[in-house]
Design a protein around this ligand. Structure first.
Ligand code: 5GP
Ligand code: MG
Length: 460
């Protein structure tokens, strides 16, 4: 997962990109980078860390130009090193490119092996670097042709912004797995993973970059090309369930409202009589509000979140994860003591953080704990950019709901049904990628990536 931003036609493009990345920080906390161009010179700054730590007045003042691309990274492929930080910046003959990618290619390893056979030297372990090599190879035929040819070869999920000297280019895979929105900023343009990046800089949302579309923005304005026909849409439904910010519009819809509808559906499927409803904040808040409203129950914050801790998943090592769980949420004994509660969360992945949290609210005095999850059991890994890559790590892949309930030490555990999820999706429900719930992968997974699907899990 990652967040990307592109800016064209603003005299302080790097500052706009910085504010945009700040709003997109939830999409990746490992590294941040901005590349800027004044039409002739291209400058970059990137480092490991949060946006606020990576940039200061000085670095931003040195990034002069009216075109910028930026990236916040949360690794799904490639390890956490500054070499793997994006935008990926290269010079090829007279041409300079900077590319920022959100998503995950499913055939990058095959393309890379082929390119290496032909003599390409790779600098990083990122799938995104493959895209840069393919672009460079086809560049003789012009940038538009080069992108079209590249889009014919790469498979999987990609929302991309590309700075090519005097142009800002955006393109998106024909399935539209990851979001990518287009906005207007004082006569210039802005492209970002989520519209929350527009709000902060007071840009107006125009529309999404269409699946399969290439947008080229330069001195002549904006031109659009439908490079690849989009036959079937596969928007990542997990963006709505968990990943995107609730104040954003993605795939043409507001995330908050969508999550509330998930809560309504949960209340329809599993109405409970508890003393109150509480979320595991922040991700569970919106479905919990929906559930409480529909079930006519009071809403309480039974645990308090410490906001100065990053998202637990984003720290890649298991040993750090447990610590973050404890430091992140603290139960309020006064609220929980002697109570029968309905806890709502957006999803269960490994089950490890939930187990720790549930123990904590039990110790704080809740005597009956019912848990409601606002999506179906996640049984299959994602190969399109969400970080639950191996089946062995997914608790629902090998365990029944009853086994999970016992492992989590719950009185009741209820997952929203797939039908409920689709009902919440309303008209858009034909357009979703549901592979993590169903195992139906819209873009086939290539050999070499799929072996993980068959990994088994140790007994609990
Ligand atoms: P678990 O109990 O399965 O270890 O963790 C469940 C929690 O992880 C939920 O609160 C959910 O919001 C969060 N979660 C689900 N998917 C992701 C993800 O891809 N990244 C991060 N950082 N958290 C996730
Ligand atoms: Mg959460």
């Amino acid at each position: 997962m990652c967040g990307i931003i592109g800016v064209f036609g603003h005299k302080e493009a790097a500052k706009i990109a910085y504010f945009g990345l700040y709003a997109l920080q939830h999409r990746g906390q490992e590294s941040a980078g901005i590349v800027v161009s004044d039409g002739r010179n291209v400058r970059e700054h990137k480092a490991l860390g949060l946006v606020a730590d990576v940039f200061d007045e000085n670095t931003l003042n040195n990034l002069k130009g009216h075109i910028a691309v930026g990236h916040v990274r949360y690794s799904t492929t490639g390890s956490t090193t500054v070499k793997n930080a994006q935008p990926f910046f290269v010079t090829h003959g007279k041409h300079t490119f900077a590319l920022a990618h959100n998503g995950n290619l499913v055939n990058a390893h095959l393309l890379r092996a082929e390119l290496e056979r032909q003599g390409s030297l790779f600098q990083t372990t990122m799938d995104s670097e493959v895209i840069v090599h393919l672009l460079a190879k086809a560049l003789r035929r012009g940038i538009l042709e080069a992108i079209k040819e590249t889009m014919e070869l790469i498979e999987g999920a990609y929302s991309i912004v590309l700075l090519a000297q005097d142009k800002l280019i955006a393109f998106r895979d024909p399935y539209g797995f990851r979001p990518l929105a287009l906005g207007m900023l004082n006569g210039g343009y802005i492209v970002a993973s989520e519209t929350c990046a527009f709000d902060l800089v007071q840009a107006q949302y125009l529309r999404d970059v269409n699946p399969g579309e290439i947008l080229i923005i330069d001195e002549n304005g904006l031109s659009s090309y439908q490079a690849v026909e989009s036959e079937k849409l596969a928007h990542c439904v997990f963006e709505f369930i968990y990943f995107a910010r609730p104040d954003s519009y993605i795939f043409g819809e507001n995330v908050y409202v969508f999550r509330k509808r998930l809560g309504f559906e949960l209340a329809r499927e599993c109405p409970l009589k508890t003393d109150f409803v509480m979320p595991f904040p922040d991700s569970g808040n919106y479905a919990a509000i929906g559930y409480a409203q529909k079930a006519g129950l009071p809403f309480e914050m039974g645990v308090i979140r410490n906001h100065y801790v990053g998202r637990t998943f984003i720290q890649p090592s298991q040993s750090m994860r447990d610590f973050s769980v404890r430091v992140k949420l603290n139960p309020v004994k006064e609220i929980l003591r002697g109570k029968k509660v309905a806890v709502v969360d957006d999803s269960l992945v490994r089950g490890t953080t939930s187990r720790t949290r549930i123990r904590a609210i039990r110790e704080a005095g809740a005597y009956e704990i019912n848990m409601l999850i606002s999506c179906p059991p996640i049984r299959y890994p994602c190969f399109y950019g969400i970080d639950f890559p191996s089946r062995g790590e997914l608790i629902a892949a090998k365990h029944s709901v009853e086994e999970i309930r016992r492992y989590l030490e719950l009185d009741r555990l209820y997952y929203l049904s797939l039908e409920g999820l689709l009902r919440a999706g309303g008209e858009s429900n034909q357009k979703f990628c549901l592979a993590c719930f169903t195992g139906n992968y819209p873009v086939p997974i290539q050999a070499g990536l799929s072996k993980e699907i068959f990994e088994t899990q140790e007994p609990l």
